[in-house]
Design a protein around this ligand. Structure first.
Ligand SMILES: [Mn+2]
Length: 361
């Protein structure tokens, strides 16, 4: 799990805000959510499979990919687990049962020898490698994804797609069943981590009965939910705690208590000895106050700009506001970037606009 819900946690959810703005398909599409026999056949037919999730994989992307890799390996198939971008420290426990996982940069020679590529938690390789378009250098593809957007864009031989499920993990579980593999603890814990990550530990409205049902099977199969929660959540560095202390010092309450916001600038990061990753999820703190319906978090992004995360309760929407500022996302979780480098100045601009957009729905 990336701890930032605009990337990972939201209902019908969002790999990144811009993914949701894929044109052409209604949000609640359900293009093929059953364990399509062609999908399962293709997995079984392949001798050497590469499984990879979106760039900087979150708990769902990595957990789903790990579970599928372990399942195929248990059937004697050769599987390589790939990743692109960064691996988050708090997710490394998912890889303990995977001997060989490696960075892929999207270059043609990396795909030689594979007869199948499985894209997990994303519809197209351009979510794995930014700007990737040369489908011809890739082996035949399978897609398993739950984001709005058309998985057929990457011309897969088969795909599993529904934006009505909590997570890619929820789509992978039936595949593992259809493969006839019995769940081991590492598989079950990887899937539980996937579901927990994308439902905010069952705290969001995408935590459906089906998702609880699957979780029940996973725990029955040996997944230790206390262990998974502990690895995903109780993993803060001291630097992260120091940074939160500083960030809370910037708390500002606006719009008669409706909106709460925080900022983090480079000096605060340096002072705390913290990294950009250490800010993930901070937007949840201003949001946690009773009476606060919306939260905004303004922080440096490491590229001289300010990244803004927005959250709100079910009676409101931050989507239009984020879109009007060049970002995107969903009603309850959205984000945008501002070319300005000073978070305080960006907050000031934002607060001038917020009353117009942040209306009860
Ligand atoms: Mn996901």
């Amino acid at each position: 799990m990336s701890r930032d819900p605009e990337k990972t946690l939201s209902a019908r959810s969002n790999l990144s805000p811009d993914l949701s703005s894929d044109p052409g398909l209604a949000e609640a599409e359900d293009l093929g959510s059953k364990a399509d026999p062609r999908f399962v056949e293709a997995l079984l037919a392949a001798q050497k499979t590469l499984i990879i999730g979106h760039a900087n994989p979150d708990g769902d992307s990595l957990g789903s990919a790990v579970a599928l890799a372990l399942a195929l390996r248990s059937l004697g198939r050769e599987v390589v687990l790939g990743y692109s971008g960064r691996l988050y420290q708090h997710l490394l426990f998912l890889l303990e049962s995977i001997a060989d996982y490696r960075l892929f940069k999207g270059e043609a020679s990396e795909f030689w020898g594979f007869d199948l590529l499985v894209l997990v938690d994303c519809p197209h390789p351009d979510r794995v490698w930014d700007g990737f378009s040369d489908l011809a250098i890739l082996p035949p593809r399978l897609v398993v994804d739950h984001h709005p957007g058309d998985p057929r864009r990457s011309k897969p031989v088969a795909f599993l797609h529904s934006s009505n499920v909590s997570s890619a993990g929820e789509l992978v579980f039936p595949v593992i069943s259809a493969l006839g593999v019995s769940l081991t603890r590492p598989m079950a814990e990887a899937l539980l981590a996937a579901i927990m990550s994308d439902t905010g530990f069952f705290s969001q409205n995408n935590a459906t009965p089906e998702c609880f049902r699957q979780a029940s099977f996973l725990v029955a199969a040996g997944a230790r939910s206390d262990y998974v929660v502990s690895r995903l959540k109780r993993n803060w560095t001291q630097a992260r705690v120091r940074l939160l202390r500083a960030a809370l010092g910037t708390l500002e309450i606006s719009l008669d208590g409706l909106l709460a916001s925080m900022t983090v600038d480079q000096a605060m990061l340096d002072e705390a000895g913290a990294t950009l990753d250490d800010m993930e999820g901070f937007v949840e703190y201003p949001r946690a106050m009773n009476g606060t319906e919306a939260a905004a978090f303004f922080r440096v992004d490491g590229h001289g700009r300010v990244r803004v995360s927005l959250r709100c309760g079910l009676n409101y929407s931050v989507q239009e506001l984020a879109e009007s500022l060049g970002g995107g996302g969903h009603r309850q979780a959205a984000a945008y970037s501002d070319p300005e480098s000073d978070p305080i100045a960006v907050r000031k601009k934002f607060l001038a606009l917020a009353p117009k957009f942040l209306r009860r729905k």
